[in-house]
Design a protein around this ligand. Structure first.
Ligand code: NAP
Ligand code: GLV
Length: 322
């Protein structure tokens, strides 16, 4: 009994993110930002579930959180927490905070700028030619100011990406569930405005969360609504993309190129035709990965605020699904 009282009084944070190899780095980061906190690894055989007050998670073992009676607050170690709420026994009364922080949105903006410029300049064609030691002179037809970038999902990631893309000269428009007022970005809202948004989009970027509504949203029907020769950048979640439809659109010329960071399943199987496709760039879910120190600074400050009774940032909403 005395042991349990101690446990509740001394906050214990359990980590499952980055594997056991990353745990020492999490410890070093928390030692800087929250030295009073005791850290335990999710798979630590000595972990007493009743001692856990906080959790930082990616892909937790289903059912385990529900066995932590003193759990008070959960953090997804990324911005998307679909991997956390995939647990059918997720204890929904425990607030879940997404680590969608400025250091992550900057990185996503950088990825989208790199990917949009890669499509504009046909970087894939250049890389293939270089690999073959072949002098491949060609004239990319457009300037950035002539290609409208349409961003699906104008949340933390989408808004920052839109602003950074504008800095490169791309006109930017956005599509979200509710209307937005992002400077310089024309806002389209809801299912009724999706077709008009797609019709105006030369480079489509998907930065939506994984929800029932966004499943396979990048499929044949919506790809056909883009202007012929559009580009596609996928950095939301793999479940949003019908890869067969993307391949067909690349082969038919409906898409002129694609940059894909997310897949279902991950890793993309080695035999998948996208790996070698001459119009596709594949990256390994690396679009936005803030450092552990950056994430811990946010998590530690959020825990300190929570203990003072401050409102929580980036709260996951179970009803909306994101
Ligand atoms: P967020 O702030 O919650 O933004 C989500 C946006 O999507 C919001 O604008 C929301 O509309 C919109 N949305 C959601 N459902 C919609 C629907 N059915 N129709 C139209 N719009 C819809 O999330 P975030 O922090 O920007 O992160 C977005 C996603 O990016 C994450 O969930 C994750 O999947 C992905 N991500 C990927 C990486 C990577 O490395 N590849 C890194 C970080 C994040 P409202 O604004 O109207 O609510
Ligand atoms: C990465 O995919 C994240 O959700 O942060």
């Amino acid at each position: 009994m005395a042991q349990q009282v101690d446990a509740v009084e001394q906050p214990v944070l359990v980590v499952k993110s980055g594997g056991e190899a990353a745990f020492a780095e999490w410890q070093a980061c928390f030692a800087v930002h929250s030295p009073g906190l005791t850290l335990r690894h999710w798979d630590d055989p000595e972990l007493r579930l009743e001692a856990v007050t906080y959790a930082v998670l990616w892909d937790p073992t289903p059912g385990r959180l529900a066995q932590m009676p003193n759990l008070r607050l959960v953090f997804g170690s990324g911005a998307g927490v679909d991997n956390v709420v995939a647990d059918p026994d997720y204890p929904r009364h425990i607030p879940l905070v997404r680590t969608s922080i400025p250091e992550a949105t900057d990185r996503m903006g950088e990825y989208c700028c790199w990917a949009a410029l890669s499509l504009l300049k046909d970087a894939r064609r250049m890389a293939i030619a270089q690999g073959e030691r072949r002098w491949d002179y060609f004239e990319p037809p457009f300037r950035a100011c002539e290609r409208t970038v349409g961003i699906m999902g104008l949340g933390n990631m989408g808004e920052r990406s839109a602003i950074m893309l504008q800095g490169l000269g791309f006109p930017t428009i956005g599509w979200s569930r509710t209307r937005k007022a992002v400077p310089g970005v024309e806002s389209h809202a809801g299912a009724a405005e999706l077709d008009a948004f797609l019709a105006r989009t030369d480079i489509l970027i998907c930065l939506l969360p994984a929800t029932a509504e966004t499943h396979n949203i990048i499929g044949a029907a919506n790809l056909a609504k883009l202007p012929r020769g559009a580009g596609y950048i996928g950095a939301g979640r793999g479940m949003q993309q019908d890869l067969d439809a993307i391949l067909a659109a690349l082969d038919s010329g409906q898409l002129s190129g694609a940059v894909l960071d997310v897949f279902e399943p991950e890793p993309l199987p080695a035999e998948h035709p996208l790996w070698a496709h001459p119009k596709a760039i594949v990256t390994a879910h690396v679009a936005s990965l803030p450092s552990r120190m950056e994430r811990v600074a946010f998590i530690a400050a959020t825990i300190a605020g929570f203990e003072r009774g401050a409102p929580l940032p980036n709260l996951f909403d179970h009803a909306r699904g994101y």
